[in-house]
Design a protein around this ligand. Structure first.
Ligand code: FAD
Length: 488
């Protein structure tokens, strides 16, 4: 084994790097970061597509303009990251049916109302039954049926739910989709819930309450990940934009954590062994639910049960490049919705003309089962499906896409999800258990952020919190050692 480090951080996404930075700033120089992939960033990832950088993972800085300042927004502003305000409020006026007609706003408003009523009904059902199995027992009289109702219902619910599409109704964190819901009606939805009963434990969405309601799309050639490189630069040795510090080890897939009262032994897939006093594990909730990392002794039952209880959300942005644009641009046209009788079928669209004028790129968002379905088929098949949908909306004479990009977050064994999805109607026990350390292994990542899970700032703040907890443990150790030495 290599010499024992004070702390090994597993994963170089935003939470791992934030944790490492705080440790370094507090004098922990002998830390080690082990990252499974060949790059830093994790779920923040840009890729060249056409001739611009698109964000396969996090795209927005959510929660801007409120009473408190979002720390990620502050960092981005300091770095001069180029961003673009996203105004979702008009999407409801851009709902297409299968024959390319835009639904008149009256019908759209009615359908919203219906979807909201339906959600409230479901919530009432939830209230009157026990939380765990209310889903099956409630009689939903307002179940959405028409394509437009399905489309709206999808945007209201499926976007934030993990794999429970047909009866999803527990609101929980997610950004863009939730923002799509923030179209006025959603505010109405929330206020209905808040007035609904004092014992309904539905919380407002902390990100928007604390940091504000605005969202900005990162549209910078350097990518969202530039933020992380800059963060790393503050404590790791870099040269010409590259991290050259050997305390960051890429392509190190951690497979086993053997822990005892004295320390942790970390084994990687390539047969290396590393020793540390403490480990901070930032792998996603999807990875924790998989068998990628084993623990010796095994994790206690309260821990594994909590990990199993957290839903994972798969969220896929499919990018399509065209020879020219055929979709409407201009104010209020950035987001549009396709209403199909199959729920969640290529429903939510965005053009990239605001972010990258002249790029001729469209993005369509799929979630959960639809995400998994397209992940398992060829990109050519996905392109064909998307073209049928686009021809429904814009006519048969539109050109074929010349390129497609389909991220595969679900099939990536270092991710196995896009983000965690806790039901909002639940107590904090699950998240507290997921976050709680086991011996010398500390857990961090967006899924451990009580207030901001699912977001970049959630990961960032979780990393800071976890490293502070580790520092506290280290100083306890020191005090104990001093005491023992005195006794000698
Ligand atoms: P990660 O970024 O996943 O970092 C964990 C790291 O651990 C990874 O680099 C992984 O490779 C590594 N790892 C895993 N297993 C091992 C192992 N066994 N050994 C070593 N290393 C390992 N958030 C927003 O705020 N706004 C958005 O618009 C937004 N959109 C999103 C869209 C998509 C498609 C996705 C996927 C996410 C989005 N998010 C968004 C969420 C945001 O990206 C995450 O909350 C955040 O990046 C998570 O950071 P993290 O450090 O917790 O985890």
């Amino acid at each position: 084994p290599s010499p024992r480090s004070s702390v090994i951080i597993i994963g170089a996404g935003v939470s791992g790097l934030s944790a490492a930075k705080v440790l370094a700033e507090n004098g922990i120089g002998d830390l080690l970061i082990l990252e499974a992939s060949d790059r830093i960033g994790g779920r923040i990832r840009k890729e060249k597509f056409g001739n611009v950088s698109v964000e396969l993972g996090a795209g927005w800085i959510a929660g801007v303009g409120g009473k408190e300042s979002n720390p990620v927004w502050e960092i981005a502003a300091k770095l001069g990251l180029r961003t673009c305000f996203s105004d979702y409020s008009n999407a409801r006026y851009n709902i297409y049916d299968r024959s390319g007609k835009i639904f008149p706003s009256g019908i759209a408003a009615d359908s919203y109302k219906k979807a909201v009523d339906s959600a409230i009904q479901k919530l009432k059902g939830l209230e009157s039954n026990c939380v765990e199995d209310a889903t099956n027992r409630t009689d939903f009289t307002l179940t959405p049926k028409t394509p437009i109702e399905l489309a709206i219902d999808f945007i209201l619910h499926d976007f934030e739910m993990a794999g429970k599409s047909s009866n999803s109704f527990l609101l929980s964190p997610a950004w863009m989709p939730r923002k799509a819901m923030q179209m006025k009606i959603f505010e109405c939805f929330l206020s209905c819930i808040w007035n609904f009963g004092s014992h309904t434990e539905v919380e407002p969405i902390s990100t928007y309450v604390d940091f504000g309601e605005r969202e900005f799309l990162v549209a910078d050639e350097r990518g969202y990940e530039y933020l992380l490189y800059k963060m790393a630069e503050e404590f790791l040795f870099t040269s010409e934009g590259k991290i050259l510090d050997n305390r960051l080890k890429l392509n190190k897939v951690v497979r086993e954590l053997q822990h005892s009262r004295n320390g942790v032994t970390v084994r990687t897939e390539d047969g290396c062994v590393y020793e540390a006093h403490y480990v901070i594990l930032s792998a996603s909730i999807g990875v924790l639910q998989s068998d990628l990392i084993s623990f010796r002794p095994p994790l206690p039952r309260w821990k594994t049960e909590a990990i199993e209880k957290c839903d994972v959300m798969v969220y896929t942005k499919i990018f399509l490049k065209f020879p020219y644009k055929f979709w409407p641009c201009g104010p209020g046209k950035e987001f549009f919705i396709y209403a199909h009788e199959r729920r969640g079928y290529y429903t939510f669209w965005q053009h990239m003309e605001n972010a990258y004028p002249g790029s001729n790129i469209l993005v369509v968002t799929l979630t959960n089962d639809e995400s998994k379905r397209v992940e398992s088929q060829s990109d050519e098949e996905t392109l064909k499906e998307a073209m049928v949908v686009l021809r429904d909306m814009f006519g048969s004479d539109i050109p074929d896409a010349t390129d497609i990009l389909v991220p595969r977050w679900w099939n990536n064994r270092f991710q196995r999800c896009s983000y965690s999805n806790y039901p909002m109607i639940s107590n904090n026990q699950v998240i507290n258990d997921i976050k709680a350390p086991v011996g010398r292994i500390f857990f961090t990542g967006e899924h451990t952020s009580e207030r901001f899970n699912g977001y970049v700032h959630g990961g960032h703040l979780a990393g800071i919190d976890t490293s502070k907890a580790v520092l506290e443990e280290m100083s306890k150790d020191e005090r104990q050692n001093d005491k023992q030495n005195q006794n000698f």
